[in-house]
Design a protein around this ligand. Structure first.
Ligand SMILES: [Mg+2]
Length: 121
């Protein structure tokens, strides 16, 4: 079974994303900030990480930098989630090692397309 780690400080967004991903047969785990996500990734390797930008404790960008620079961590595909207001962040995220991005709020079709692009569907 393919695995996805959803990293978002919004419980509602995690719930919506989990529902969508489970209908695509993903085994889903959740983290509410970058720190929790790093802890999760030190124990297991998700196939794909859905990563929010703005989070308390550790932002998506700080997570991404830490994750990509830790050689021992196996490399999951990272889809970075942003809002209309955050489009300026896309280049920075890709430069920091994100594989793709998706605009929030996203629907099933959009997420499915992005997962296909990164080779996780
Ligand atoms: Mg957020």
């Amino acid at each position: 079974m393919r695995t996805c780690l959803i990293v978002d400080d919004s419980k509602v967004i995690r719930k919506v994303a989990r529902h969508i991903l489970e209908t695509m047969q993903f085994d889903v785990a959740e983290a509410s900030d970058g720190k929790e996500a790093l802890d999760h990734c030190s124990g297991t390797t998700p196939d794909v990480i859905l990563l929010d930008w703005n989070m308390p404790v550790m932002s998506g960008m700080d997570f991404l930098r830490a994750y990509r620079s830790t050689v021992e961590l196996p490399k999951a595909k990272v889809i970075f989630c942003t809002t209309e207001n955050g489009v300026g962040h896309i280049k920075a995220a890709i430069d920091a090692g994100a594989d793709e991005y998706v605009m929030k709020p996203f629907d099933r079709e959009t997420l499915e397309a992005k997962l296909q692009i990164v080779g996780c569907l």
